[in-house]
Design a binder for this molecule. Structure first.
Ligand code: ADP
Length: 732
């Protein structure tokens, strides 16, 4: 029965332990802790605790004992400052009415006032009965009891702390003893429980590889129960096979080491693949012989994570390689740009520049003082340009002009600058990239263009003036040409008139000379006949000259009539040769004829063709002293032309005279003492006549090697004859 009423001030009261607040004198709690750790002997523990209390917190009288829950009795009563009876104190735990037995069922200490204190070991003084529990917070059977005199209902905090420490220690010892009392079966049960509590599959195999012990996790993988599905049985069988192979290979292959290996198994529940790390430890058991403890750690997730990490790492590496390749490419491109490129950070500091920019903003290793000053000046100019973009909130780009200096030469470099902000993913300014473009070339071009424009304006003015002058000169020339044409017409008219006037009396002279020679005026003495013959010859010659003059004037006046008809060129050639026969005989030169079997027939003016051929053959005879003359007629079907070539082996004509011999009154030898007679009109007339007929005359000749004059005539006349050029005697 408890002493006193709970309500009364003297009734036992529960007092809260207060062990956390530090003591003012700070007793050496460590000493008690060391004692409690040092020994597991219960009487020694109780004794030591009471001694510590007496020595350090002034509790000189106290009683403590421990409880054996199995035997249901108290033991090791220990007293301090009490009589010998107290040391033999024993509490009858079976007496439910004993107030101290009631205290053992409480969690908190009970205060016994002096008047209500049971007659007990401390005598009739007020005391605290403190149950010694293993845990503060949860109810447990008390492992002992501590009785300490009380100065008041409040329990001394150091006493409370001592009781707590002592309770924990006694609780632990009690639990250990209870376990020891349980015997091998209990021990085995506990060990199995402990083994099952291990999260990894654990198994023990004997020397033959037979499983002699396994925990629940191992059984889940390696054992089947009756009525298990076929799939599960198969999975378990496979797991057993794989695991025994792994264990034996580790044991046989590497001896009894505790090495690790990976074993792939199958989850018997869902058939998924599992990966375990196998750890082996051989043990020597007296009864079983050598056994192997295998612990399997599930590393499936670890393996997957590892594989994922590998993949991610691979991706990272390839992305990194790509990025660095991209960066290299970009750097190459940027470096190969001829314009300077500079990147500045938001603070305005240059963080990157390409080669051309480096020549402007970095002093070279051999830069002198002046070059360094110029680099600094460039830097200042550039910074001020970029800062105007950095400090502008709205603008994303800036275009401007600035003049830098070439550090090496000091030459002024007018630059066009374009700067743009590079904004990061979060909208922050990452950098400003600026491209500079040298404007020297553009300025030079502009200068040259201005010069060119001035020059072209001047030229235009000059051309205008020259054109006006030309117009004036043209007008003068036109008038002169008119005058010349009029004069030429007058000359032609005059020549025609004169020729006509000359021919009439000349014909009379010739006629009368003929009559006299024929003796119509009476017989002539031989000398008279000789003189008359000379008059006749000279008159004939004069007539020929006059006729030639008349021909030229007619052609030039465009009044030479052309009468076209069929012309057999071969026949013409033969006629000419026949007519010239006396001259040929006199010259003693053979005339060779190369005439085609089928004579081509032209449509042309027979008389004029004959006149041309006659003139060419006469000239050949005149200018050839030895050798021969060869006349060739050929028909060129491709060009539809007929040619008559008169070749001689005479004196020939120098190349510079080839054109001149066709000019009027022109002779190669124009000296007064010239060896060959003639007017110099024949070839001029021939060329004009050939042109009039739509043909032409060509010449091949070398001095001393003879000449070949070739007349080419069309088979059919052209639609319009080139009268004007024929009139001027030019080459058609
Ligand atoms: P000419 O009445 O003087 O013969 P042409 O006009 O017929 O006038 O010839 C002009 C000149 O061309 C001749 O004086 C002669 O110098 C040169 N000539 C013409 N034919 C021949 C030829 N077959 N061989 C060398 N010179 C020639």
């Amino acid at each position: 029965m408890l002493i006193g009423e709970r309500e009364s001030s003297t009734a036992p009261r529960s007092t809260p332990p207060d062990a956390r607040a530090p003591l003012p004198s700070s007793p050496p709690r460590l000493a008690l802790c060391e004692l409690l750790l040092r020994t597991d002997d219960v009487p020694a523990l109780l004794r030591g605790t009471l001694d510590w209390m007496s020595e350090h917190i002034g509790v000189s009288r106290a009683l403590a004992f421990a409880i054996d829950p199995e035997a249901r009795r108290t033991f090791a009563p220990t007293a301090a400052g009490l009589d010998d009876d107290a040391a033999a104190f024993e509490l009858d735990l079976r007496d439910p009415d004993d107030p101290l037995v009631e205290v053992l069922r409480q969690v908190r200490p009970i205060y016994f006032a002096p008047e209500a204190a049971p007659t007990g070991p401390l005598g009739g003084v007020a005391f605290h009965a403190i149950p010694l529990h293993a845990h503060d917070d949860r109810p447990s059977p008390a492992a002992g009891l501590l009785l300490a005199p009380a100065r008041g209902p409040e329990l001394d905090r150091e006493v409370a702390w001592c009781a707590r420490m002592l309770g924990k220690k006694l609780g632990r010892l009690g639990a250990r003893q209870a376990f020891a009392r349980g015997g091998p079966r209990r021990e085995r049960r506990v060990l199995y429980c402990a083994l099952d509590a291990v999260p990894d599959p654990v198994l023990v195999t004997d020397g033959d590889g037979r499983m002699i012990l396994s925990n629940a996790h191992a059984d889940r993988l390696l054992a089947t129960v009756e009525g298990a599905s076929e799939g599960r049985c198969r999975a378990v069988a496979m797991n057993n096979m794989l695991l025994s192979a792994a264990i034996s290979s580790r044991v046989v292959g590497h001896g009894h080491d505790d090495g690790r290996a990976e074993v792939p198994l199958v989850d018997p529940d869902d058939g998924s693949d599992l990966l375990f790390e196998l750890m082996l430890r051989p043990i020597d058991d007296a009864s079983e012989g050598r056994c192997v403890v295998s612990v399997l750690r599930n590393v499936t997730d670890l393996g997957r994570a590892h594989a994922e990490v590998e993949v991610s790492y691979g991706k990272l590496r390839s992305a990194e390689a790509e990025v660095s390749a991209e960066r290299r490419r970009l750097k190459l491109i940027i470096d190969s740009v001829a314009d300077p490129i500079i990147a500045t950070d938001p603070a305005g500091d240059i963080v990157f520049m390409n080669g051309p920019a480096a020549t402007l903003f970095l002093p070279g290793r051999r830069a002198d003082k002046a070059a360094r000053r110029r680099v600094a000046a460039n830097d200042a100019h550039f910074s001020s340009f970029v800062s105007s973009l950095l400090f502008s909130d709205g603008d994303q780009t800036l275009r401007g002009e600035l003049t830098l200096i070439a550090p090496a030469t000091g030459e002024a470099l007018p630059m066009e600058a374009v700067a743009g902000k590079i904004v990061g993913g979060r909208g922050d300014l990452d950098a400003v990239v600026t491209i500079l473009h040298d404007r020297r070339e553009a300025l030079e071009r502009a200068r040259l263009y201005a010069q060119l424009e001035t020059a072209s304006q001047e030229l235009a003015a000059r051309v205008q003036a020259a054109t006006a002058e030309l117009v004036e000169q043209n007008e003068v020339l036109r008038r002169q040409r008119l005058a010349v044409e009029q004069a030429s017409a007058a000359k032609s008219q005059f020549l025609a008139n004169v020729s006509h006037e000359l021919r009439t009396p000349l014909n009379a002279i010739l006629g009368y000379a003929q009559m006299l020679r024929e003796g119509i005026g009476g017989p002539l003495a031989p000398l008279q006949h000789k003189y008359l013959t000379r008059v006749d010859a000279n008159s004939q010659h004069l007539l020929a000259i006059i006729n030639e003059c008349l021909d030229i004037t007619r052609i030039e006046a465009g009044r030479m009539p052309v009468q076209r008809g069929p012309v057999d060129v071969v026949e013409v050639v033969r006629e000419v040769v026949a007519e010239l026969e006396p001259i040929v005989a006199r010259a003693g030169l053979p005339i060779q004829l190369a005439l085609p079997a089928r004579a081509p027939t032209l449509r042309s003016d027979r008389q004029k063709v004959k006149q041309i051929v006659l003139n060419l053959v006469s000239n050949a005879l005149k200018f050839t002293h030895a050798g021969h003359i060869r006349i060739t007629v050929a028909n060129d079907a491709a060009s539809r032309r007929v040619s008559v070539a008169v070749a001689d082996t005479g004196i020939g004509i120098a190349p510079e005279d080839h054109e001149r011999v066709f000019e009027d009154f022109r002779q190669v030898d124009s000296s007064l003492t010239r060896a060959y007679a003639g007017t110099g009109l024949g070839l001029g007339i021939c060329r004009r006549l050939a042109a009039l007929l739509g043909g032409r005359i060509t010449l091949e000749s070398e001095p001393g090697r003879g000449s070949t004059f070739t007349l080419q005539l069309p088979l059919r006349p052209h639609r319009s004859a080139p009268r004007r050029s024929a009139a001027r005697g030019g080459t058609p």
